[in-house]
Design a protein around this ligand. Structure first.
Ligand code: F6R
Length: 243
């Protein structure tokens, strides 16, 4: 295994370590291209990056960010859209330029063209410098559910009932959860020069142990990361113990 593994005590410590990696990247390269994720896991990392910006003035003026995914059919203004989440939790608190903050457009009329545009964007940027990831209980990364080809590029996915149920917590009611999303594919994610996966909490215990112990298989999407030459896994004790 080529993984660089960091075990920490808590969610807070995990967020601290992850934010250090991203802040360092931006300080070393003011034109850094950051791959970002939504969900609960990265919130502590974003908080610390914002705190650092306010305190130390680390500048995002020339930084570009590229998010993993977005729901199909939700406008930027919908409070459960990933664009809205990023605006509220990250973009609006830094001197990042809106035009450099990318999220797939889930309202595009032609979704195939939108997927191609997004993949070309990643290529035009020369690949991302560092990609932040969370993991689903079933090993999904982005919206790449078990069975997704490791060759997949940005594409439209039908969300599984399980993912819709788990993500229902970010919606007023369960019926509102879209049935489709646009996601960077596994091959798109692997284009990043460095990948940082965060795993925290007992709900992710099984996913963590599967990642550590199982072979690389399309039935467990996150296992693809083990083929990447610069992959860092940061997990906390709760995820390790499962209690
Ligand atoms: C988010 C994403 C998802 C989440 C995963 C874990 O952009 O692509 O793969 O990273 O579902 O979500 P949380 O962090 O909420 O447990």
């Amino acid at each position: 295994m080529k993984m660089n593994i960091i075990e920490v005590e808590s969610y807070e410590e995990m967020s601290e370590k992850a934010s250090e990696l991203f802040i360092q990247k931006v300080r070393n390269n003011p034109n850094a291209k950051l791959g970002l994720a939504t969900g609960s896991t990265p919130l502590g990392t974003y908080k610390r990056m914002i705190a650092d910006y306010k305190k130390n003035g680390t500048s995002y003026k020339n930084v570009t960010t590229v998010n993993l995914d977005e729901y199909v059919g939700l406008s930027k203004k919908h409070p459960s859209s990933y664009r809205y989440y990023m605006n509220e939790r990250f973009y609006h608190h830094l001197n990042l330029k809106q035009e450099n903050a990318h999220v797939p457009d889930g309202t595009a009329l032609d979704l195939t063209i939108e997927c191609e545009r997004y993949e070309s964007l990643i290529d035009q940027l020369g690949g991302l410098d560092i990609q932040l990831l969370g993991i689903g209980q079933n090993g999904h990364i982005g919206f790449n559910e078990p069975g997704t080809s490791f060759d997949s590029l940005t594409h439209v996915v039908e969300l599984t009932e399980n993912t819709r149920e788990v993500n229902g917590r970010f919606f007023q009611n369960r019926e509102e959860v879209p049935t489709k999303a646009i996601t960077m594919g596994i091959a798109s994610i692997l284009k990043s020069k460095r990948i940082v996966l965060l795993i925290s909490g007992k709900e992710k215990s099984q996913a963590l142990h599967r990642l550590l112990n199982e072979d690389v298989t399309e039935n467990f999407p996150a296992s693809a990361l083990k083929k990447h030459p610069n992959f860092t896994l940061i997990y906390d004790k709760e995820a390790w113990k499962g209690v």
